[in-house]
Design a protein around this ligand. Structure first.
Ligand code: ATP
Ligand code: MG
Length: 571
């Protein structure tokens, strides 16, 4: 296993585990990461398996990868493949410990029979709707304190063991229709915790399963299946997110009643990040409603989306290991995630020049046809990255924003009469421009260069405040640049005002495509996944949509580090 990144907030889990080892409750540590293959992994899962794999590693134990696949309607082998690929890419290795809950159907069926024989489970004929009604709901009393009035026993609750065994076998044999019968745990219909009011263990569903096909028409429920799968694998510490806390008594009940290995459930806070949603259900909706191009859309908080956007495994793991420190209310500011990405790419990404919105700059006194090779540093943070040659000629592309006919105050770039430094090149003086009389658009800017100023030197100490980037027009590679904004307009999209849904909060302008960007010739050889810093513009990664002659780049993140500013302000 590679170096796992355990969130700093997980100290309390370490304490529990240490205690369990000391008391002799467990002799070793064995965890599991249990994704349901009904969607692609997101950064919240990265936190979960950071903890699962990380805890096992810290205590010299093992971590299983178990696909929790007992819900045939939504699961698919394609999801299994994507999950495995993403965990591997992040640098975690489950070796040969790959398991599927769907392999445990026979074992689980056996334990269900055991519970029936003990009088701890019964076959019920109530419909879904009736089951809910009989269970009851939590309601506010007259002082607005939540109370849970007792539920009502099902009229089928007292069937004999023989009848239950017979009916359950016939459920399995397919004698009843979907929803006609369920198997329920016999616990307590007046229990203050609704989860404990005779929860359903099995339901009838005639839906082929992606692994077991039509072998089964009854499927175990999560609350029954999960603890017993943990027990079967000898999982000592079953680490899960906080929403399972109210299920813990049931987890323990099934383990006790089934008389199996005493796995222990421990909960940790779910990761939430501002300006995004972190649940497969919601991410799936974005995909199926085509609000994004797919699970790996670079705007998605999925591992695959982040990879395509330009995140490295290191940046994600670094974020995961630091969120304990940066966490407030268990919502992490997305700018902190971006900060981790910038720190990482600053070290690893070569610098190049590219122009997003090109405007022609003509150097009037440049010798006709002359091309000069200028030396440029690849990465000032990494001398080993070396240097490269950048062609310079009399016609360049510059950024449209770097010229103004009438400069606003403090504008140190090009305007008639101004002087700027061309990065790695010469100091030029703006001599004029051409404007399309019809549209009012500037079509060309002209300047003269000073041969004395090669490399940006200002020999006579003249003051030149602005430096702009450029690309030689004759040598430029045309790029499609995709710029991204946050997916959602508000910090917490799930907390939208009444009458609205989180979908209403989608940012309509989260993608801007610039199909005619220009880049340095080195970009012609860039491969999908390569990452660069485009000077002054941000970090970019080469998108898999790229084809020879048509490079597509994604802006991973701009250079402006708002998080660093926030940190500074907060001391
Ligand atoms: P989702 O709501 O995204 O569908 P889930 O809990 O249904 O999440 P699973 O595939 O069941 O997804 O999750 C596998 C593991 O990942 C579980 O142990 C779950 O607790 C954990 N997990 C899921 N989302 C998060 C999150 N946002 N932060 C931390 N852990 C998470
Ligand atoms: Mg789940």
């Amino acid at each position: 296993m590679s170096d796992a990144s355990v969130p700093a907030a997980s100290d309390f889990i370490k304490d529990f585990i240490t205690e369990d080892l000391k008391s002799g409750r467990f002799k070793e540590v064995h965890t599991r990461f249990p994704p349901e293959p009904n969607g692609w992994l997101h950064i919240g899962h990265a936190k979960a398996f950071g903890i699962d794999f990380g805890m096992a590693e810290q205590f010299g134990g093992k971590c299983n990868l178990r696909f929790d696949d007992t819900n045939p309607e939504k699961e698919d082998i394609a999801y299994v493949e994507s999950i495995k690929r993403d965990i591997k890419w992040l640098g975690y290795d489950w070796e040969d410990r790959e398991y599927f809950a769907s392999d445990y159907y026979e074992y689980l069926y056996g334990l269900a029979v055991k519970l029936i024989k003990k009088g701890s489970a019964y076959v019920d004929d109530l419909s879904d709707q009736e089951t809910r009604e009989y269970r009851g709901t939590a309601v506010p009393d007259k002082n607005n304190i939540t109370i849970t009035p007792p539920g009502k026993n099902s009229p089928f609750r007292d069937r004999s063991v023989e009848e239950n065994l017979d009916l359950f076998a016939r459920m399995r044999a397919g004698e009843f229709g979907d929803g006609e019968k369920t198997l329920r745990a016999k616990i307590d219909m007046a229990h203050p915790n609704l989860v404990m009011r005779d929860p359903v263990m099995y339901r009838i569903r005639r839906v082929p399963h992606y692994r077991t096909g039509n072998a089964w028409c009854i499927y175990p429920m999560y609350d029954f299946q999960h603890p017993l799968s943990d027990a079967l694998e000898g999982i000592t510490h079953s680490l899960c997110s906080l929403e399972y806390e109210i299920h813990r008594p049931l987890y323990e009940w099934f383990i006790r009643e089934a008389e199996v290995f005493p796995s222990r459930q421990i909960e940790f806070a779910r990761l939430n990040i501002t300006r995004t949603v972190l649940s497969k259900r919601w991410l799936l909706q974005l995909v199926t409603e085509k609000r994004v191009s797919g699970w790996d859309d670079p705007r998605m908080p999925t591992i695959a989306g982040m990879r395509r956007r330009g995140y490295s495994p290191e940046a994600i793991r670094d974020f995961i290991s630091r969120i304990g420190v940066a966490k407030t209310d268990s919502f992490v500011d997305i700018q902190f995630l971006e900060h981790c990405l910038r720190e990482d790419l600053n070290k690893r990404a070569n610098r190049v020049m590219a122009v997003l919105k090109p405007l022609k700059l003509v150097i009037e006194n440049w010798p006709a046809g002359k091309v000069e090779e200028l030396e440029a540093v690849n990465n000032p943070e990494d001398p080993a990255a070396g240097t490269r040659k950048v062609p310079f000629s009399g016609e360049l592309w510059i950024e449209r924003d770097d010229f103004q006919e009438v400069p606003p105050p403090k504008y140190f770039r090009l305007f008639p009469g101004s002087m700027v430094r061309l990065r790695y090149g010469y100091i030029v003086t703006c001599t004029g421009f051409t404007k399309d009389p019809a549209s009012g658009e500037i079509t060309e800017v002209r300047c003269t260069y000073d041969a004395e100023t090669k490399g940006g030197n200002a020999p006579d100490n003249r003051k030149v405040k602005g430096t702009i980037h450029w690309v030689s027009a004759a040598h430029a590679v045309t790029l499609e640049a995709r710029l991204y904004d946050y997916l959602f307009l508000s910090e917490r999209p799930m907390e939208v005002p009444e009458g609205k849904t989180w979908m209403d909060d989608l940012n309509p302008a989260s993608l801007e495509s610039l199909p005619n960007a220009k880049g340095e010739p080195v970009l012609a050889n860039a491969k999908s996944g390569d990452r660069f810093q485009f000077e002054r513009l941000g970090y970019f990664s080469v998108d898999p949509d790229s084809k020879p002659g048509k490079i597509v780049v994604n802006r991973a993140v701009s250079l402006r580090d708002t998080w660093a500013k926030i940190e500074k302000k907060n001391g």
